[in-house]
Design a protein around this ligand. Structure first.
Ligand code: S3P
Length: 415
């Protein structure tokens, strides 16, 4: 159990861990590319280590040294392996597409949380390409068996970068053209990295097309993860002043800044530049008087992982906030509509669960209390922010799950 004391003032400059989505892709794609690559500022949290272990199991050489990952690709994956994806939805979904396109046999499985998450969203579109992917009642374990894939156009019902990426990675090994269309554009790190590695890939608005391609290894310098920076940005807004350095601000990921605009958060982006095909900036946030917001619709995919934290900010804002159109939260590492509402209420806030979001009545101060993370890293870190900003602080049960995406989170908070 982690004890969290309240702080009157929170100030500092922070270097955050590498982006989780980009690290997964850099390891996975270099593991099947020609050549060798070094990935710098990689996230070496548990999720990305699951990807590294799976790629090793398939025959690639992957060596983790501090926050550097060295990868030597393999042209043919080994068939018949059991791939442990741990807690990681990105690992299991992207890898299912990749191995289906390689025409090998594999079993992909994960922990209790991953085994409750929906997998038909990948098996069904992959089947449209001719892949042979069996689920276990729509969930993991997934069983992939060899098949010849033929590209076609697939229109997705939901905007999911994991599903889009699974199809694109399968398309790397399919005959003809594979085209994916999303209702709203989700994070586009897969497209950017595949292009940089020489894949025949074209982007046209919300549609992406890919053809069978060989990949060339590329070194990647991973920007810091805006989803990890978000906790320190929120502490700046609630309690003082924070500067988060070298944060990835790819426009498919910066929905939280739009939410900040609506909430009235005082922030600025400094030192903006592009490196390795991704936009980067330092983000300065200062204490702000927050006002209630309405948030939903097209913006949701660009802030999906930050919604528990945004809901928490609403609990400190003046007025009644409504967040809607976020039903996807129910199928994350926990049911994040339920676990976020419970967290806010446990620390003295007023949050009502709706089918697809929250109604939150803000209060000038929250008392604090004991919160359960339900083994969900984003809930544990959101709870830490809420308790630091609360009157009395409190405790977090199952707080160690932060290691999934942010191994030294509590040390960085300097509690
Ligand atoms: C991710 C996509 C999102 C996000 C997850 C990481 C990715 O999931 O919530 O944390 O790296 O592609 P969905 O594709 O299910 O929306």
């Amino acid at each position: 159990m982690q004890v969290i004391k309240p702080k009157k003032y929170f100030e500092g400059e922070f270097s955050l861990p590498g982006d989780k989505s980009i690290t997964h892709r850099a390891v996975m794609l270099n593991a099947c590319a020609n050549g060798e690559a070094v990935i710098e500022n990689a996230l070496t949290g548990e999720d990305c280590l699951s990807t590294a272990a799976c790629m090793r199991e398939l025959g690639a050489t992957v060596r983790v040294d501090g926050n550097k990952i060295y990868v030597k690709g393999v042209s043919r994956f080994e068939s018949g392996k059991r791939l442990n994806c741990g807690n990681s939805g990105t690992t299991i979904r992207l890898l299912t597409g990749l191995v289906a396109g390689k025409g090998i046999r594999a079993e992909l499985y994960g922990d209790d949380s991953l085994s409750t998450r929906p997998m038909k969203r990948v098996s069904e579109p992959l089947a449209l390409l001719g892949a042979n992917v069996c689920t276990t009642d729509g969930k993991a374990p997934l069983f992939v068996s060899p098949a010849t894939l033929v590209g076609r156009e697939i229109s997705l019902q939901i905007s999911s970068a994991q599903v889009k990426s699974a199809i694109l990675l399968a398309g790397l090994g399919a005959d003809g053209i594979t085209r994916v269309i999303e209702p709203i554009k989700s994070r586009d790190h897969t497209e950017r990295m595949l292009q940089a590695m020489g894949a025949k890939l074209r982007v046209d608005g919300n549609a992406v097309e890919i053809e069978r391609s060989e990949l060339h290894a590329i070194d990647v310098s991973v920007p810091s993860d805006i989803s990890s920076a978000a906790y320190f940005m929120a502490l700046g807004a609630l309690k003082g002043k924070t500067l988060c350095k070298n944060v990835g601000v790819n426009p498919t990921r910066t929905g939280i800044l739009t939410a900040f605009d609506k909430l009235g958060v005082n922030y600025s982006l400094l030192n903006r530049h592009v490196s390795g095909g991704e936009e980067i900036a330092d983000i300065l946030v200062e204490q702000s008087k927050l006002q209630a917001i309405e948030l939903g619709g097209e913006i949701i995919p660009a802030l999906i992982d930050e919604l528990p934290l945004i809901a928490l900010l609403c609990a400190f804002a003046n007025g009644e906030s409504r967040i809607y159109g976020a039903k996807e939260l129910r199928v994350k590492e926990s049911d994040r509509i339920k676990t976020t509402a419970e967290l806010i209420n446990r620390i003295g806030g007023d949050c009502l669960e709706t089918d697809d979001g929250f109604i939150i009545v803000g209060k000038p101060s929250l008392k604090g209390g004991r919160v359960n993370s339900y083994l969900d890293h984003r809930i544990a870190m959101t709870a830490a922010v809420g308790l630091i900003a609360s009157k009395d602080g409190g405790e977090i049960e199952n707080a160690e799950c932060c290691a999934i995406s942010f191994p030294d989170f509590f040390e960085k908070l300097a509690l």
